[in-house]
Write a protein that binds this ligand. Structure first.
Ligand code: ATP
Ligand code: MG
Length: 237
């Protein structure tokens, strides 16, 4: 039987008494690229953190990765199943150089293709030129490249990417879109959360809309691109 790579069923998530995610359900299939679009404060970051079990978010519902229930896991257990995370704001360390970030995250792969720090430098030569520099000394665009590289060298099956468009130039946005589009060639699936409609529609194949912690709409990127009325209705663009 085939099952989705990631399946989230009736997820409810709470910060203390604040009920943030309400009955959220969606899937990411193997080698699929999925975007969840939503405006400020709709619960996008909370959703990715809930999948990983970060920040003492209380979760109810069912999350399965490759058919295994992960809802009761510690974060490292879920991550070790093959999920890497590119956090909003990058969360790099001032005391670690670019090299050290990549070396620390590098997890050899048994698959036919493996990401290494060197292959990340081939992808993003800009950060190779800065390899001895502390992570937070980089420009926004370079920090985004390093945060993506740090996820790639874990050689995951799925990458969770939180608002990569934030704080970077349009040039770097183009690079991020390209990397997203090439994920499947490297056997990686993608779950992206974004407010940037243009980036999301080019990076992903399937789109969900999150409004006030609820999934209100599901469509393909192709259909949503042509549907200005829904774009305006759900996102006010
Ligand atoms: N640590 C926290 N404690 C309590 N409430 C929180 C916490 N983090 C987020 N929230 C609340 O949860 C809701 C969803 O926030 P979240 O950060 O998930 O939104 P978002 O869609 O990622 O927004 P943005 O686009 O601004 O990043 C907001 O109302 C926010 O105030
Ligand atoms: Mg967020």
């Amino acid at each position: 039987m085939t099952h989705p790579l990631l399946s989230v069923d009736n997820l409810n998530a709470y910060y203390g008494k604040a009920h943030i995610l309400q009955d959220v359900s969606f899937n990411v299939n193997e080698l699929e690229r999925v975007a969840i679009l939503g405006r400020n404060g709709m619960g996008k970051s909370t959703l990715l953190k809930s999948i990983l079990g970060l920040e003492k978010i209380r979760r109810e519902g069912d999350i399965q990765f490759d058919g295994q229930r992960t809802t009761a896991n510690e974060t490292f257990q879920t991550a070790n199943l093959g999920i890497a995370y590119v956090p909003q704001g990058w969360q790099l360390f001032p005391s670690l150089s670019v090299d050290e970030h990549l070396e620390m995250a590098y997890t050899p792969s048994s698959g036919e293709f493996e990401w290494t720090p060197d292959s990340v430098y081939e992808l993003f030569p800009e950060i190779e030129a800065r390899r001895k520099v502390g992570g937070t000394k980089l420009s926004g665009g370079e920090q985004q490249m390093l945060a993506i590289g740090r996820a790639l060298v874990r050689n995951p099956r799925l990458i969770l990417m939180d608002e990569p468009s934030e704080g970077i130039s349009t040039f770097v946005i183009e690079r991020v879109v390209e990397v997203c589009q090439q994920m499947a060639e490297r056997n990686i699936s993608l779950l992206l959360v974004e407010q940037n409609l243009d980036l999301a529609l080019r990076a992903a194949q399937k789109v969900y809309i999150l409004v006030n912690g609820r999934m209100v709409y599901e469509t393909t990127a192709e259909d949503f691109k042509a549907d200005k009325e829904s774009q305006n209705h759900y996102l006010g663009v």
